[in-house]
Design a protein around this ligand. Structure first.
Ligand SMILES: NC(=O)c1ccc[n+]([C@@H]2O[C@H](COP(=O)([O-])OP(=O)(O)OC[C@H]3O[C@@H](n4cnc5c(N)ncnc54)[C@H](O)[C@@H]3O)[C@@H](O)[C@H]2O)c1
Length: 253
């Protein structure tokens, strides 16, 4: 299957003004993708979609809880009606949880698991049939260095377990769909300068988070976006079931 000029990527969790998703959406739009900007915060998703349209890209803002099949189905149906075929899915919707193990609740656990892990299942299950039919797909999901190190940055057990679950789901799904031209990969970022770790990072917190990072700093949204764009692109067809570390050397796998 040749890589089509007209193609759409759905980026979940892309509404956050300082988040990885918004920067990723911009980079993908600049690389020729039409973009479905999906976020729980519909106004934020639409604002990012409007920014993309201002650059000349085709984009729609989609208000949906990525872990809930009904709104996800409605959002993807809208994309299928208005944009080119869906080739890419980037799963970035996520929430953190700094609660120590003994303080975590069942409700908190279930919420983290739903937003961080079930969302990947729900989103992929909705878009994979079309990808298989067209014999082309690229799925990239955000795990975390927290999955590999058992936390150690900000979030603790529930977050770490949800991000480790993404690695198992990525590998299992890759086994089922790669033969149809659909690649499925995870990225495992170290600390990035966004607001997910309890608000904007102060210089002191950045220095603290960077202490064991070999390159001596936290990462940027654009560094993550560049990796995602490569994994989504035509040159990445032989990469599937992979976990790609992007952590400045914090975790040496
Ligand atoms: N920032 C980091 O240091 C870091 C490191 C490793 C992994 N990650 C992962 O990267 C992803 C993006 O993180 P970020 O730093 O940009 O965070 P962020 O908080 O800036 O953005 C997360 C976005 O997800 C959205 N969201 C939350 N629940 C949702 C739901 N149920 N449905 C749809 N959207 C929902 C939020 O509204 C927000 O826009 C997350 O999955 C995060 O766990 C981040």
């Amino acid at each position: 299957m040749t890589f089509p000029d007209e193609r759409t990527v759905i980026v979940t969790g892309a509404g956050s003004p300082r988040g990885i998703g918004r920067v990723t959406a911009h980079r993908l739009a600049a690389a020729g993708w039409s973009v479905g900007v999906l976020d729980l915060d519909g106004a934020a998703a639409e604002a990012v979609a409007a920014e993309l349209r201002d650059t000349g890209a085709a984009a729609v803002g989609l208000a949906a809880d990525a872990s809930d099949p009904a709104p996800v189905d409605a959002a993807i149906t809208e994309v299928e009606r208005t944009l080119p075929p869906i080739v890419g899915l980037v799963n970035l919707a996520g929430i953190s949880s700094p609660k120590p193990f003994l303080e975590e609740t069942v409700e908190g656990w279930d919420r983290i698991m739903a937003v961080n892990l079930r969302s990947v299942f729900v989103m992929a299950q909705r878009v994979v049939p079309g990808m298989i039919e067209r014999r082309l797909g690229r799925i990239v999901s955000a795990s975390s260095v927290s999955a590999q190190r058992g936390g150690g940055t900000y979030s603790k057990s529930a977050y770490s377990a949800s991000k480790a679950g993404i690695l198992g789901l990525t590998r299992a799904l890759a086994r089922e769909v790669s033969e149809f031209g659909v690649t499925v990969n995870a990225i495992a970022p170290g600390p990035i300068d966004t607001d997910i770790m309890g608000g904007t990072l102060t210089p002191e917190r950045k220095a603290d988070l960077a202490r064991d990072v070999l390159v001596g700093r936290v990462g940027t949204q654009d560094e993550i976006a560049a990796l995602i764009a490569f994994l989504l692109g035509p040159d990445a067809g032989f990469i599937t079931a992979a976990t790609v570390d992007i952590n400045g050397g914090l975790q040496i796998s």
